[in-house]
Design a protein around this ligand. Structure first.
Ligand code: ADP
Ligand code: MG
Ligand code: MG
Length: 880
């Protein structure tokens, strides 16, 4: 087996398409080198070695050693240096790189190959002793913490002390001699901590670093990250060994990171940060303040790369263009400049906010770089959610506490917590929290996930907090240097004000502002790039998108977001209004049918009014109205005191109401006296609802000249006879209303398919149905025999341990529930070829479930108003 692939120096054995084998970093290094970009030569040890290594008890394949030796010899030949040569040593970096980027998960070791002897070779070869000793101390520090497990703070303490002793502030001000002393102190530290001297053999260093990278695939933070992002453990990571280039060799050297477009807004500007005379992660580590790339973007006091290193900057601009043209996507680039010459060290598709993703996709399609279909596929529908959520109301009063960097857009309010564990714990209790940290690290990911927003006081736009927050869609303000965090006292303070843990703050990730307390928010706008993308989605999708809505506000929101009708109007929501609940309770208490009719009559005008406003808003669009579904006891309060109050209002005695409440109580309400069972035993309720619907439809027909087409939906049907009976109720009500008004309107009667029996008998049920709507919430409950309200006790565990693939209430279970849906759809259409099919469970807004609906041949999905744009895009992707 070939375990090792060379790249760079015209020996590119890999390419971008080989990311499964070479990892993203290795595959793209080879690709960049093959299109002529300046990549220091190196080689990649494949992900297959990682899997083999970890499953064979940390044993390498037997021929690996020989392949590495051969690949290393090619690198030596390419750069004219020899690994371990005391006079002119080749130094390498050892870098991890999985298939998908896992920010900060795996650590890189730079300057490997240095020891007490080769460092002197580097001094004379470079003529720069400060550089050589700085490189050596970096190597010991990285190798010491990553490979030998010495706490990295211990190394930093030594530097801090050295700077105090030398009376300097910046690392770069330390002299060669002072760095040499740091190296000695480091070696003593390593020896006391590990009981052994720092390893001097370069070969030994190399293999131990390689082993550490492969081993780190199994460390806890990597495992957590994989769990959160659904990354299989058997993907493994690759290891890249690459000849070093040096950004820390003086004023004509630098290191930097950049994005080919602005990752926050998507604007087509070059965006990034760099540091002169620095190495590796100095830019993101927050040791010195990074400087901007372009002169146009630099603020007073800043020195841009364009000014400091004009040649390398011009080169970098060309690379930006080349990479975008080549990869046809926004790139996140890492580079180093050594003696004015630019080297590329990494490129990948850049992480971006949802609004940036939209803008970039739309602009790339408009400029012809990608097609519209490609643009549609570029945006994760679930991420649109971010854009549809509230922003700060510009007119709302607010008290500014401080400012940081606008690291990830969106606004969020919540109570302050200072640790990731606390964030997770409180979020589980349903509290909105803002996680406040000096800086974040991979150990904090679970807390960042649980928080509504993140505030850090250190680190730039490319810091860990910023990158991870953008990826997760969490609002984030980073590097708020004016804020002091005191973990011990559990306070944060700025400008003389302080906020304690448990008190509220609001952050605006689009402006970088931090406010004390809560600030009012407003609804987002659906225009610009968003509108363009939605228009393209509408052009290609074949599934219609409707919304679940009862109130005029919901209906209006849904329509603004592009809903093509209402797929589910739950009439019981209309019964809870204080004006109506009295009549509902009177109906429940009535001893006989006459009494019930009397009470139901009182509800009629309210229901009619509700339907009139829905029909008016949805003019010309279909509106599906589900007749009463829940069991009646849901309309009675629990507790004797509340019952006694109602007895008073209704003028019945307490014993009577108590008895009635007792009669109505059910051991298992989900499977009890509800749905059409209610409509069949108390026909006056469905009759009234049907009448209200037809009277409202006629009223709108008269008012606007265009009659709406109501679709009346019967819930919880399990047997054809139930639908026949209830359908007749509705048809009779229609005939009666039409007779009174001397005109008819078109309408449809259909049923929910939400019981397994209904799906099994769908061909027979279809005889009396004009449409089916799959109620996948109840169908999931009844197919699994699983109560949604009780599942919380074990469902997370089931999902975590893989017993269930996904939470079946979030993503439709194709294997079981989906099988029934498909069967019912086919059987229904066998009886009635034109039978209209839709879905109205929570699944109607879930992209993976929408893809299933497309395959199953449904006509529409219906989801909550805020998810309508998500569904429109997901439906387009399902159709492409
Ligand atoms: P990560 O996956 O955390 O980004 P990398 O492997 O990309 O880690 O390494 C981090 C940084 O180390 C790079 O951005 C680059 O600045 C520096 N680096 C890595 N390899 C080399 C090299 N061969 N020469 C110079 N710098 C390097
Ligand atoms: Mg990197
Ligand atoms: Mg239901």
């Amino acid at each position: 087996t070939k375990w090792v692939y060379n790249f760079g120096a015209e020996a590119n054995e890999g390419r971008a398409g080989m990311r499964n084998l070479l990892g993203g970093k290795g595959a793209n290094l080879a690709e960049m080198a093959s299109i002529g970009l300046p990549v220091p030569p190196g080689f990649t040890i494949t992900t297959e070695v990682c899997t083999a290594f970890n499953s064979a008890g940390r044993q390498y394949p037997t021929d690996l050693q020989a392949q590495v030796a051969e690949a290393l010899a090619r690198v030596e030949a390419a750069v004219g240096l020899t690994f371990g040569d005391p006079a002119k040593p080749l130094l390498v970096s050892v870098r991890s790189g999985a298939r998908v980027s896992m920010p900060g998960m795996m650590d890189t070791v730079l300057n490997l190959g240095l020891n007490d002897e080769t460092v002197r070779g580097l001094v004379s070869a470079s003529g720069d002793a400060r550089f050589a000793w700085d490189s050596y101390r970096r190597f010991i520090q990285m190798f010491g913490s990553v490979v030998l497990g010495v706490d990295h703070h211990r190394f930093e303490e030594i530097i801090e002390q050295a700077k105090i002793d030398a009376g300097v502030i910046e690392d770069t001000a330390l002299t060669a001699l002072q760095w040499q002393e740091v190296v000695e102190a480091y070696q003593t530290l390593v020896e006391t901590e590990t009981g052994k001297p720092f390893p001097q053999s370069p070969q030994d260093q190399l293999w131990r670093a390689i082993g550490a990278v492969f081993g780190s695939w199994m460390n806890t933070r990597a495992i957590t990250y994989r769990r959160l992002h659904d990354i299989p453990a058997d993907w493994g990571t690759a290891v890249n060994v690459q000849a070093m280039v040096f950004g820390n060799m003086g004023a004509d050297c630098a290191t930097g990171v950049c994005f080919t477009r602005d990752p926050s807004t998507g604007e087509d500007v070059f965006y990034g940060e760099f540091l002169v005379n620095a190495q590796g992660e100095d830019v993101v580590a927050g040791i010195r303040t990074p400087q901007p790339l372009s002169a146009a973007r630099s603020k007073p006091g800043e020195v841009s790369m364009e000014q400091a290193l004009p040649e390398a900057y011009a080169e970098l601009l060309k690379v930006r263009e080349t990479l975008e043209q080549h990869y046809k996507d926004m790139q996140d680039i890492e580079f180093t400049v050594q003696s004015n010459k630019l080297y590329m060290l990494q490129t990948r598709n850049g992480k971006r906010t949802a609004s940036a993703a939209l803008r970039i996709a739309v602009e790339m399609a408009e400029s012809g770089l990608i097609t519209r279909d490609e643009a549609l596929m570029r945006v994760n529908p679930a991420a649109l959610d971010q854009l549809l959520h509230p922003m700060l109301n510009p007119d709302a009063p607010r008290t500014l506490l401080s400012r940081g960097l606008p690291a990830s857009p969106g606004a969020a309010s919540g109570i302050v917590v200072f640790s990731a564990d606390e964030a997770e714990m409180r979020a589980q209790k349903g509290e909105a929290v803002i996680l406040v940290r000096v800086e974040t690290s991979p150990e904090d990911i679970h807390g960042m996930h649980a928080a509504r927003g993140i505030l850090t006081t250190r680190g730039g736009m490319t810091s860990h907090a910023a990158v991870v927050a953008r990826g997760m869609g969490r609002p984030c303000v980073s590097g708020a240097g004016g804020v002091a965090v005191d973990y011990g006292k559990q306070t944060l303070s700025a400008g003389g004000r302080s906020v304690r843990a448990g008190e509220a703050i609001t952050i605006d990730g689009a402006t970088g502002e931090v406010f004390i307390g809560y600030v009012a928010m407003i609804e987002p706008k659906v225009s610009g790039h968003f509108g363009t993308m939605m228009g393209w989605a509408d052009d290609v999708r074949t599934l219609k998108v409707r919304s679940n809505a009862e109130t005029p506000l919901d209906a209006e929101t849904a329509k603004r977001f592009g809903a093509e009708g209402i797929g589910l109007c739950r009439t019981e929501h209309m019964f809870f209004d204080p004006e109506r609940i009295g009549a509902v309770r009177q109906m429940i208490m009535a001893g006989d049918e006459d009494g019930r009719r009397l009470a139901v009559e009182k509800l009629l005008p309210f229901q009619r009014g509700d339907f009139i406003s829905l029909f008016r808003i949805m003019a010309g669009l279909p509106v599906t109205i589900r007749l009463l579904d829940p069991p009646l006891h849901e309309f009675l309060p629990h507790g004797d005191q509340e019952l006694a109050e109602i007895a008073g209002v209704l003028g019945v005695d307490f014993a009577t109401i108590q008895r009635r409440a007792g009669e109505l109580s059910e051991a298992n309400p989900m499977l009890g006296h509800r749905g059409c069972r209610l409509g069949i035993t108390y026909p006056e309720i469905y009759e009234m609802q049907a009448r209200a619907i037809f009277e409202a439809a006629i009223a709108i027909a008269v008012e606007t000249g265009a009659a709406p087409v109501p679709e009346i939906m019967i819930p919880l049907v399990g047997t054809p006879r139930e639908l026949e009976i209830t359908r007749k109720l509705v048809d009779d009500a229609a005939a009666a209303v039409f007779a009174v008004h001397g005109r008819t309107i078109e309408y449809q009667v259909g049923t929910m398919i939400e019981l397994p029996r209904a799906a099994l008998l769908a061909d027979k049920i279809a005889k009396s149905a004009d449409f089916f709507s799959f109620g996948t919430n109840d169908l999931t409950q009844t197919v699994y025999g699983l109560s949604r309200d009780d599942a919380g006790k074990f469902l997370p565990k089931y999902v975590e341990s893989g017993i269930y693939d996904k939470d079946p209430f979030v993503t439709l279970d194709r294997d079981g529930v989906g099988l029934l849906v498909q069967m019912a759809a086919d059987k229904g259409r066998a009886t009635k070829p034109g039978l209209k099919l839709g879905i109205c469970g929570e699944h109607g807004g879930d992209p993976a479930s929408i893809a299933f609906c497309q395959e199953a041949g449904l006509d529409y999905v219906s989801c909550s108003p805020y998810r309508v744009p998500v569904a429109r895009l997901a439906a387009a992707q399902a159709a492409i």
